[in-house]
Design a protein around this ligand. Structure first.
Ligand code: ZN
Length: 99
């Protein structure tokens, strides 16, 4: 093996190692987020198997889903609150007119 071949091989080895490190650094947070999402585990039917020492993170899909759910719930609650307030003011008004 000539020195040039040795040099080329060592450069290829080092750069591939660096590439794999960069890929892991970029991909690992995403993989971690998906594998550590209890909602995903629940969806697959193995929610009870979720390891207790794991810190739970939420994946992008379930984050979006839960956000829309909570927003809808908040809107419904606000609507109900305004409806009852309106009803009570109407009742008060009617009572004032009557009495
Ligand atoms: Zn999820």
């Amino acid at each position: 093996m000539t020195h040039l071949q040795l040099f080329i091989w060592s450069v290829a080895l080092v750069s591939s190692g660096q590439l794999s490190l960069i890929a892991r650094y970029l991909l690992w947070p995403r993989i971690h987020r998906i594998t550590h999402c209890p909602w995903c585990w629940q969806e697959v039917g193995i929610g009870n198997e979720y390891p207790a020492p794991w810190s739970s993170t939420i994946c992008a899909f379930h984050d979006r889903q839960l956000r829309t759910q909570s927003a809808a719930r908040r809107l419904a609650r606000q609507r109900a609150a305004t409806a009852t307030r309106k009803a009570s003011t109407v009742m008060h008004h009617a009572e004032g007119v009557r009495g």
